[in-house]
Design a protein. Structure first.
Lengths: 203, 260
């Protein structure tokens, strides 16, 4: 575990790493807490906005995550990277949100007798017709693969950070990413016009 | 160089301009890779300001409830506490129902079964502790590891246990099944108590892993308890309790998610 420089006294205005702010938060330092909440807010918003099934209620989910972080702040261990810990909690909030939505949709379906909406639509995603559109392509790959790919490519996380966030091994993350790329290749090949396919094959 | 190698480079996050010449040549000649590289993943990122204050309501709620907390102990300490608590609970249960299995085993059987079962217990205990702490890095995939160790266990049983007994086996199977389920239930409660400070809300993976730990503890307890060296009995009675605990864990994790 890496050592984090942590002053014994209260926080000052100097820039401090997130991990050090978290340690001060655990010690009930109000200035550090406020600073940390303000720094985490845009990161959490970005996290939820980048996932199709949590895009519609990103702000609410980010708020819920901050409150949940407050409740379980003792589970952060000084010296560990903070962002995977934060994103892991955010991921649980997102899964809970998805479960709630599924239950609500199932309930509405039972009342109205309507067809269950498509998962992407349940989650607030818009139906995008244009083929080759990245969001459409991402929506077409399985959820677990999409989640890994989004974290790696859209949020710019490392393989280890994704493994920590999703509570899996780095090997499992790499395998999911491999599969996601293969699925994307197949989708891109399917969407390619027949003429260009021949040209590509001739190349 | 092939498409899989390109995948590896993409996963590693290296910039295509820094790729080896063979990789660049492949990505230019292969239409599938060329298309994939053309995807602008960054375009899917939401445009967000680097800094924006958290809503006042949340900040106020947090600040109002601000008090010092003690961080969780390290993984090693938590695992030790958990294993010790489970061992004490199992020892108490064995003191009541008897430990007749180990005395009738050969030295080889004691070592082989002991190593496999303790391995199962440790793998699941470590995984459970890591599940309780968000952002932990799993180094061993718990389900495949448990599947491999339990396969070794049951292969050892099939190889070593060939005795027949002049007793009603159905009743013996049921008795061991019940004892095993009881052992698993006790382990579950002890495990939950040991990890009660961990991250629980919405964390179904922790419940599932705790069930896997309970299954491993039940199998260990039954192996120490039961003197019957009959493979069919172990498969039905002991294996039944083991699989029941695992099934409960898997159901707890996936039931609501898949329910329509």
């Amino acid at each position: 575990m890496s050592e984090i420089p942590i002053a014994d006294g209260p926080m000052t205005d100097a820039p401090v790493p997130l991990e050090a702010l978290m340690v001060h938060y655990q010690r009930a330092d109000a200035i550090a807490t406020e600073k940390l909440l303000n720094l985490l807010w845009p990161l959490l918003n970005r996290f939820f906005l980048s996932m199709p099934d949590s895009r519609s209620g990103a702000e609410d989910l980010a708020q819920e995550t901050l409150l949940r972080i407050h409740k379980v702040r003792h589970t952060y261990r000084p010296g560990e990277p903070l962002l995977p810990w934060v994103y892991a909690i955010a991921r649980h909030v997102r899964i809970d949100h998805f479960r709630r939505q599924r239950r609500r949709t199932a309930h509405e379906e039972a009342l109205d007798g309507h067809e269950l909406e498509q998962k992407a639509d349940v989650s607030g995603g818009r139906s995008e017709e244009s083929t080759g559109d990245l969001k459409t392509l991402l929506a077409a790959i399985p959820e677990s693969q999409r989640e890994v790919l989004t974290m790696l490519k859209v949020l710019g996380m490392t393989v280890e950070e994704v493994a920590r966030t999703t509570a899996t091994t780095t090997g499992a993350v790499k395998q999911k990413a491999h599969r996601a790329y293969e699925t994307l290749r197949k989708l891109l090949e399917r969407d390619r016009p027949p003429g260009s396919r021949k040209v590509a094959a001739a190349k | 160089m092939n498409c899989r190698d390109i995948n590896r480079l993409l996963i590693a996050g290296t910039d295509p301009s820094a790729w080896p010449a063979e990789a660049r040549a492949h990505s230019e000649s292969c239409a599938r890779c060329h298309d994939l590289l053309g995807l602008e993943f960054a375009s899917a990122a939401p445009s967000q300001p680097a800094f924006s204050p958290a809503p006042g309501g949340v900040a106020q709620a947090v600040l109002k409830d601000l008090r010092p907390v003690t961080p969780l102990a390290g993984n090693g300490v938590l695992t030790l506490v958990l294993v010790a608590a489970v061992a004490i609970a199992m020892a108490l249960l064995l003191a009541i129902i008897g430990a007749k299995g180990f005395p009738v085993m050969s030295n080889f059987q004691r070592i082989a079964f002991g190593a496999v079962l303790i391995g199962m217990l440790l793998v699941t205990a470590v995984a459970y502790v890591k599940r309780l702490v968000p952002g932990s890095l799993l180094t061993i995939p718990v389900r495949p590891a448990l599947a491999a160790l339990s396969t070794i266990f049951f292969c050892l049983v099939a190889w070593q246990f060939h005795r027949s007994y002049d007793i009603p086996m159905a009743a013996a199977n049921l008795q061991c099944y019940e004892d095993g389920v009881l052992g698993a239930a006790i382990t579950f409660m002890v495990g939950w108590w040991s990890g009660r400070r961990g991250f629980w809300k919405g964390n179904r993976a922790a419940i599932e892993t705790l069930c896997l730990l309970s299954a491993a503890a039940a199998l260990l307890m039954l192996t120490i308890h039961c003197p019957l060296q009959n493979a069919r009995h172990v498969f039905i009675g002991h294996g039944g309790a083991f699989l029941t605990a695992i099934a409960v864990g898997i159901a707890a994790r996936f039931y609501r998610l898949r329910k329509r």
